[in-house]
Write a protein that binds this ligand. Structure first.
Ligand SMILES: C[S@@+](CC[C@H](N)C(=O)[O-])C[C@H]1O[C@@H](n2cnc3c(N)ncnc32)[C@H](O)[C@@H]1O
Length: 222
């Protein structure tokens, strides 16, 4: 018998709306930062992804976190709340304005001692880092994920987790490259390469999570 659920979109718009409204807002200044970014259209993770990261970090209680793609510091501030006492979060952004804004926000939230922000292109910064990290959150230019993937795996502790955001391209990732507008073909090709590489990597455990525009999670195995 056909399982009709297999042929339905996994996340219906009503459910997306539900995930965004039924799950409580974050209290205090973190909630204000999320609301501010959403009002101004600053690209931060959607609320359902934020709730997932909040839950995940509370569960794994990371000591060291690396983030690629800071924007104004919302997801970094969210994750930093869960750092162990002697833990630290390092976040990278190449856009000077974002760097300045994030720095201000970390100070406002009293997180300046717990978060270091590096201004620069992750392509140049990643090879200079030695980690190791319990959690890496990659939320930057999508076409570069495949290039950063080996560096992220190098920087993870065994048992550490890499979370990659926005891997479905609004669901168009499954279309033929030729059917995609020319301007997005490179991202399309590189994201497909990332899926192929990660999902067929026999060395590490991975899974896809249909939250926001899709999360690809990889656990570094021994
Ligand atoms: C979607 S935003 C990050 C949102 C943030 N993680 C949050 O949810 O609060 C992506 C950020 O990645 C930065 N970025 C993109 N490509 C990058 C690269 N190659 N190196 C460093 N930063 C990059 C952009 O400047 C932008 O601020």
């Amino acid at each position: 018998m056909l399982n009709e659920m297999m042929y339905r979109p996994v996340v219906m718009p009503e459910l997306v709306e539900y995930m965004r409204t039924a799950q409580a807002k974050f209290p205090g200044q973190l909630g204000q930062l999320e609301a501010f970014a959403n009002e101004l259209g600053i690209p931060i993770i959607p609320h359902e992804t934020a709730k997932f990261l909040d839950f995940f970090c509370a569960t794994i209680q990371p000591k060291d976190i690396l983030e690629i793609g800071t924007a104004i510091g919302f997801s970094a501030s969210l994750m930093a709340q869960h750092l162990q006492l002697d833990g630290h979060l390092t976040t990278i952004d190449r856009y000077a304005l974002m760097y300045e804004r994030a720095k201000e926000n970390f100070a406002k939230l009293g997180l300046s001692d717990r978060i270091s922000i590096i201004e620069g292109d992750a392509a140049e910064v990643l090879p200079t880092l030695s980690g190791p990290y319990d959690l890496i959150f990659m939320d930057s230019a999508k076409a570069k994920y495949i290039e950063f993937y080996p560096e992220c795996m190098r920087l993870l502790k065994v048992g550490g987790v890499l979370v990659i955001d926005d891997v479905f391209q609004g669901g168009t990732i499954l279309e033929d490259e030729a059917d995609r507008p020319k301007r997005v073909r490179k991202i399309h090709r590189k994201l497909n390469e990332l899926h192929q590489t990660v999902l067929n990597d026999p060395c590490h455990r991975s899974c896809l999570v249909p939250l926001g525009d899709g999360l690809l999670m990889v656990r570094k195995e021994g």
